[in-house]
Design a protein around this ligand. Structure first.
Ligand code: MRU
Length: 354
């Protein structure tokens, strides 16, 4: 049973309900989000997280923006919508799905307003709600197709390493990397997942281990520094992770630690897969060098939740993401199929078919 990370409650006048992922696995608590300030805080503090989930949440955030807009006309509400889109775009910089979803809803609203200059705010609200709901529904479908396209990589007897959380909690559907696992499970395949704990915020330990355990998929939690040794021991047969932004040449940004895993996998001759929807590709960037990497606060490194684990005032670095170079990636699995040994030409061809 897949737990929805986020769902819209009610009609266009409703609200966004999120699982508060900061509290997992200890408590399954939901948050009611009724304004963009609350949503911004929820995204920035990782109550809702994972690239596709952030995108869907942001799309619904613009529904909230129109609900709360000043003025009764669609044109007046558009001013607030644009301002709130700019505001939400700043909540986290690396996952391109955020800006992708905000742009898509804004464009749908802009296409609506000129033709309906005298329309009231209610009509704009209906239009924005329809687009946000479409983004959410498409994400559910994309997740399923990603799993269906990539499940065959998981063979009987495999040890499958994953990093961070690219499961149902990170999307509106059943996840990206974990979708391969859910689909392999449906086929009756027997495999074990090795979940990196994923310091500093422990998405692997708190979220991936929780999701897989709930789904009845055998999972072993490991500390991040154990992956290389387990590869050497022959325990790991493949690596699959999600992504936050994929450049035109296939370089893929994902949770910090993914770069090292891609090098380790290559050194051990182990296939390394990325699973991501098309909304995670940023074809405007020539390579991963241009992907903005979020740097987060020192407290995430010096503390585990409220427990301090380092000397007071110690200097830190806390890049939240890194980039796995395309040459280390065996294949990228999208909702459209599999891009083997990704490069600029293959990625362009993959998306040309649209
Ligand atoms: O900081 P987070 O928890 O938002 O980071 C999430 C990841 O790195 C995921 O692997 C990525 O967003 C893909 S989720 C399908």
């Amino acid at each position: 049973m897949v737990t929805p990370a986020l769902q819209w409650m009610g009609d266009s006048h409703g609200y966004l309900e999120l699982i508060d992922q900061r509290c997992l696995p200890g408590a399954l608590i939901t948050l009611e989000v009724r304004d963009t300030v609350t949503l911004y805080e929820a995204i920035q503090t990782l109550a809702v997280r994972g690239a596709p989930a952030i995108g869907v949440a942001a799309a619904y955030g613009l529904v909230l923006a129109v609900q709360n807009a000043s003025g009764d006309t669609a044109s007046q509400a558009m001013v607030d919508l644009r301002a709130q889109a700019d505001y939400l775009a700043k909540s986290r910089p690396t996952a391109v799905n955020l800006c992708w979803a905000l742009d898509r809803v804004t464009r749908a609203a802009e296409a609506f307003v000129p033709g309906y200059a005298s329309a009231d705010r209610e009509a704009l609200l209906a239009c924005v709600f329809q687009e946000a709901r479409a983004i959410c529904q498409e994400d559910v479908a994309m997740c399923l197709r990603i799993g269906q396209h990539g499940q065959h990589f998981i063979k009987d007897g495999f040890g499958v390493l994953t990093h961070c959380n690219a499961g149902a909690l990170a999307t509106a559907g059943q996840g990206t990397a974990l979708s391969l696992m859910f689909e392999a499970q449906k086929k009756g395949r027997d495999f074990t997942v090795y979940a990196d704990e994923t310091r500093p915020l422990l998405q692997g330990a708190r979220l991936t281990a929780w999701e897989l355990q709930n789904a009845g998929i055998p999972v072993r939690l490991i500390c991040d520094n154990m992956a290389g040794w387990l590869m050497k021991q022959g325990v790991i047969h493949m690596v699959v992770t999600g992504a936050d932004r994929i450049a035109a040449n296939g370089d893929s940004a994902n949770k910090i630690g993914t770069y090292s895993l891609s090098l380790l996998a290559r050194a051990h001759g182990i296939p390394f897969y990325i699973a991501a929807p098309s909304s995670t590709f940023d074809l405007s960037l020539a390579s991963g060098d241009a992907i903005p990497i979020e740097e987060r606060g020192a407290h995430e490194v010096t503390q585990i939740r409220d427990t301090v684990i380092a000397p007071k005032d110690i200097g830190t670095r806390n890049p939240a993401f890194d980039v796995a170079p395309a040459e280390n990636i065996t294949a990228i699995v999208t909702e459209k199929g599999v891009i083997e040994r990704p490069d600029r030409e293959k990625i362009a061809a993959h998306f040309k078919e649209d």
